[in-house]
Design a protein around this ligand. Structure first.
Ligand code: C5P
Length: 217
């Protein structure tokens, strides 16, 4: 059972995907964390993230390893725990530039496919291009959406009181960059089920996705 969950930031993708995987005994992969990890490595190693050639040349250097237990997802870069550093504002503001570079996408896509293939119990994979590009044969594809206001309110809550207006502007900017890049942009697959989470609680979204998975099993 392969479940692809895509959508823009702040729609509840991570919380939903982790909870659904835990409930159904599936593995879990956060693909955004992998793009954040490679971005963190580029920043730490002095690579100019706006120089696409430099990013492309360095893309194969870091070794990124994702742990797929939904109760304790981990990510390391060259053996170093990157879970904290990949969530900084600097990484968040630079990740779209790095993830738009085709060489980065092809390396990370291969890594994602091999993790999904190796997940014997099945897996929930969350991201932006999972249903369209990474795993087009997924058993179930979900596309989560929510109004920009709801997404900004959730994100600023997670960031412990960050300014909602500034958060909304940053989200809109990142989604625009992710949706307009040439290589595998953020997009809903034609055969994905769209779930608008604006007026739903997290528990309601989880229940809705669990039901959709069970219908496919
Ligand atoms: O999901 P998260 O906000 O952690 O993703 C960070 C960034 O990683 C996104 O804004 C996007 O640029 C990139 N990403 C991507 N493709 C994916 C997952 C994330 O390009 N499948």
């Amino acid at each position: 059972m392969i479940v692809a969950i895509d959508g823009p930031s702040g729609t509840g993708k991570s919380s939903t995907s982790k909870a659904v995987a835990a409930k159904l005994g599936l593995s879990y992969l956060d693909t955004g964390a992998q793009y954040r990890a490679i971005t963190w490595w580029m920043i730490s190693n002095g690579v100019d993230v706006h120089d696409a050639d430099a990013v492309a040349n360095a893309a194969g250097k870091p070794v990124i390893v994702s742990g797929t237990d939904p109760a304790r997802p981990t990510i390391t870069v060259d053996g170093v725990d990157a879970a904290g550093p990949i969530r900084t504002e600097e990484v968040t503001s630079k990740v779209s530039a790095v993830s738009a570079v085709p060489e980065v996408r092809s390396l990370i896509t291969e890594l994602q496919r091999s993790i999904a293939k190796g997940a014997e119990r099945g897996i929930v994979v969350e991201g932006r291009d999972i249903g369209t590009t990474v795993l087009p044969d997924a058993d179930l594809k979900i596309f989560l959406t929510a109004s920009p206001e709801a997404r900004a309110a959730r994100r600023s809550g997670e960031l412990k009181g960050a300014d909602v207006h500034a958060t909304k502007q940053a989200l809109i900017k990142r989604d625009a960059a992710d949706s307009s890049r040439k290589t595998s942009p953020l997009a809903k697959a034609d055969d994905a089920v769209e779930v608008d989470t604006t007026d739903l609680t997290l528990d309601q979204v989880i229940e809705c996705v669990v039901t959709l998975v069970e219908e496919k099993r």
